[in-house]
Design a protein around this ligand. Sequence first.
Ligand SMILES: Cc1cc2nc3c(=O)[nH]c(=O)nc-3n(C[C@H](O)[C@H](O)[C@H](O)COP(=O)(O)OP(=O)(O)OC[C@H]3O[C@@H](n4cnc5c(N)ncnc54)[C@H](O)[C@@H]3O)c2cc1C
Length: 384
Amino acid sequence: MLSFAFTPEQEDFRRQLRRFAETELAPRYRERAATTEFFWDAHRQLGDLGVLGLGLPEKYGGSGEDDPITLGMACEALAYGDVNVAAAPVQVGLVAAQLAHYGHPSVAEEWLPPLIAGEAVAAIAVTEPSGGSDAAHLRTTARKVEGGYLLNGEKIGITHVMNGQIGLVYAREPGSEGAKGVSALVVRLDADGVERRPVHAMGCLPLGWGGLSFTDVFVPDDHLVGEEGRGFSGVMGHFDFSRPALGLMCLGAAQASIDEAVAWAGQREAFGKPLAAFQGVTFPIAEHATYMEAARWLCYKALWSRTAGEPHTHLAAMGKWWPPIVAKEAIETALITFGNLGYSDEMPLQQRLRDVSGYLIGDGTAGIQKRIIATTMFGRVAAQ
Ligand SMILES: Cc1cc2nc3c(=O)[nH]c(=O)nc-3n(C[C@H](O)[C@H](O)[C@H](O)COP(=O)(O)OP(=O)(O)OC[C@H]3O[C@@H](n4cnc5c(N)ncnc54)[C@H](O)[C@@H]3O)c2cc1C
């Protein structure tokens, strides 16, 4: 039978996180978002709430059961209070799931417990100055040497470069081409030969965004994650949960904005009436509420399909290209509903707009998601 209901456990967890988002996160969102300092306090609180271990093995402090729906739900609920803090389950999930499944046990034992407890963060480094969309043609090299690899190259636009302890770095065997020959390596970001460079972005400031360069960085053999030369397929499978989760995260921030606009329209008067009396104000909000509802269920359908073991790569791509656009446009409308106040830093709306805009690009642009969807529909001929 068709049902849109979550399990009672999921619903309880969602309520708990939403309460946390409203009472603990929202009051200091603008303060946290205005600096490049990482919010370790809030991040540790996520660890205590069990948010960072969703779907990860119990022996490292995780929930044990693979549960992409709860992960997406957590992102959505937390983003109601702070969209930057809400990115953590995805960020930790992307790296930690690969370490747990394909990493050497000693490396997993070293890094999974602090990642799950909120005591460490990890970057995932794919994008390079030569291009991010065409990720399979990355140029960073990992040359095999005795006992490990020597890493050389450059990465750009990477989250958690400035505040992370490790990075999962994608690099190719010299001379290899395309996705073949790309390996994933765990690299300490304070290792000899690693340089980090902050990049000041229009939003997502506390996420420590920046560039990395590697000059003859030695990475021991046991820091290889997955099979040598086949690291790329590992990360691509994980993007199928991160994409709809990021879509839900953007929608959580949009929901907070629309709720604020509804409350404001009920109290602010113009021409002797509350704004809510004018269809010119309420209809755009009603339209965005409709798009958000549709986008939300698209994301949950993708996560549900992943849980059920059904094909979902196309749904995950749909859940990444459209929901961030829906969210951005809803936030814009909420901002305009507040007039000059919406544009000011007295309201969180301008900040949410800047933070959410990052996800129009991060984890793949709309153009690249549509390419993935088209490929599932038309075959490789569409992959131009
Ligand atoms: C907030 C944020 C966080 C990020 N975090 C990370 C991270 O943690 N790790 C990481 O590795 N990267 C990260 N990135 C980088 C991101 O993944 C890349 O910026 C993205 O994949 C695009 O690559 P690019 O910037 O090189 O643009 P390009 O690949 O140069 O593309 C430029 C434009 O051309 C379009 N385009 C290119 N090829 C095609 C095509 N075939 N069809 C249609 N359109 C096309 C793209 O859609 C885009 O609009 C992040 C980016 C942002 C903004």
